[in-house]
Design a protein around this ligand. Sequence first.
Ligand code: AMP
Ligand code: GLY
Length: 422
Amino acid sequence: MKIFVIGSGGREHALTWKLAQSPKIKKIYCAPGNPGMAEIAECVDIPADKLELLRDFALKQQLDITVIGPDDCLAAGIVDVFQQAGLKVFGPTQKAARIESSKSYAKRLMAGAGIPTAQYAEFEDHQRAVEYLDTQKFPLVIKADGLALGKGVVICHSPEQAVQALRSMMVDASFGQAGRKVIIEEFLQGPEVSIHAFCDGHTARLFPSAQDHKAAYDGDQGPNTGGMGTYAPVPWVSAEMIGNIQTSIVDPIIKALADDGNPFTGCLYPGLIYTQEGFKVLEFNARFGDPETQSYMRLLKTDLLEIIEACIDGRLPELDINWSSDSACCIVAASGGYPGSYQKGFTVSGIDEAQDDPEVIVFQAGTKRENGKIVTSGGRVLGLTAAAKTLKESLDKGYSALSKIHFNDMHFRKDIGRKGLP
Ligand code: AMP
Ligand code: GLY
C-alpha cells in the first residue's frame, strides 16, 4: 500500500516511523514532512493547509490511505475534501472535529451527555461577559471558542485580568474569529492526564495514559508551550481509573457525536484533570497529541496501519490492540526563547550518536536540511524518545542520550517524568 502522512512535526515523524514498520506498506509520502521523515519516506513540498493540492497529489499517486496530523487541517475540513474525492483518510470530518475547534460545541455535547467538566457559561456579547464576572469567584478560566494556536486559554486570578482577557479576545480580536465567542469556566485543580483513543465512529479503544509538560521551564514554571515532554503510562492512573474514563467520558462523547450526526473517526485526545471529585474534561482534541504520540509510538506493538484501516472501515471491535508493558518518554529539545521569539538556523549535532542506544529514537520537528546539515527551523526542534522496563530507566536513557545532542541556545526541561517517579 501507499500511505500519505500530512504534517511536519515530531508527532508526524513518530507516526511515519511506526507506519514504516508495517509489512503492508510499500511507500510513504509526507507533506510537507521534515528531514527525519525524509529518511524513511518521500517528502513532497505541499503545505499542510493546501487541502486541494494535497488531495490532487493523493489522487495522482493513487495513495491508499492518508493520515492527518495537525488540528488546523482537520478544522479546515481536509477529511471531507479527501472523502468527497473517494479517498480513504484517517481523521474526523470537519463537523466531528468541532469537538476540538469549537469549545462551545464540546461543552454542549458534554452537558447533554452528563460528562464531568468545569461549570461554564458562553458569551458572544462582550458587555454581558464582563457583567457575568461580577457573579463569579476567582481564579476562573477564559477560553476562546475556536483554535488559537494553544494560546486561547487564560487563567485569570483577578477581575482586572479577566476584563483584559475578554477585551483582548472579544474586542481586539487577538485570535481573530476564534475569540468572537468565549467560554468562562470554573478553575479546576489537580494533576493533568492525556488520554487518547482510536475511534471508528462508534467504538473507542483507549491507549495507555500519558502526561504532558506544557510549561516551558522546570517545576511547571513559565509560559505554556505546545508541550515540552511526555511519558507513558502514568503509574498512578490505575486500570480501574482507565475503565471509568472509558465509561464516563470517552464512550459517552463518542455516542453523543454519533447521535448528533457527526460520528468520530480518528484519534480522540481528551485532556483531563484529576480533581477531588474525580477526572474532569479540560478539553477534547480531535487528533494525536504532540509530544504524546512520540512516547506512544514507542509502546504500540500492533501494526498502526491495521488499526487505522479498522477505524476507517468501522471494524475496531474485531481488532486486538497491544501495547508494550514498558515505559516510554519523550524529552523535547527546543530553541532558546520558545514559546516566545527565538533564532533559527543553528546546526544540530549528535542525532546519530544519541541513537547509538537502540532504545533511543529521535523524532525531528522544527528542523530543516541545509547544505547537507540539519539546522533548527522551529520552536520545538526535536523530541528524544526512550523506552525501557521502568519509567526511571527510560528517563535515564533519554537524558543520557540527550546530552549528546547540541545546538546553540538549546533548551529542555530537566524534570520530564519526575511526577511519575515514586
Ligand atoms: P485547554 O487548551 O483547554 O486544555 O487548556 C490549556 C491548559 O489550560 C490546560 O492544559 C490546563 O493547564 C489549563 N486549563 C484549562 N482549563 C482549565 C480549568 N477549567 N481549570 C484549570 N486549568 C485549566
Ligand atoms: N500535547 C499537547 C497537544 O498536543 O495539544
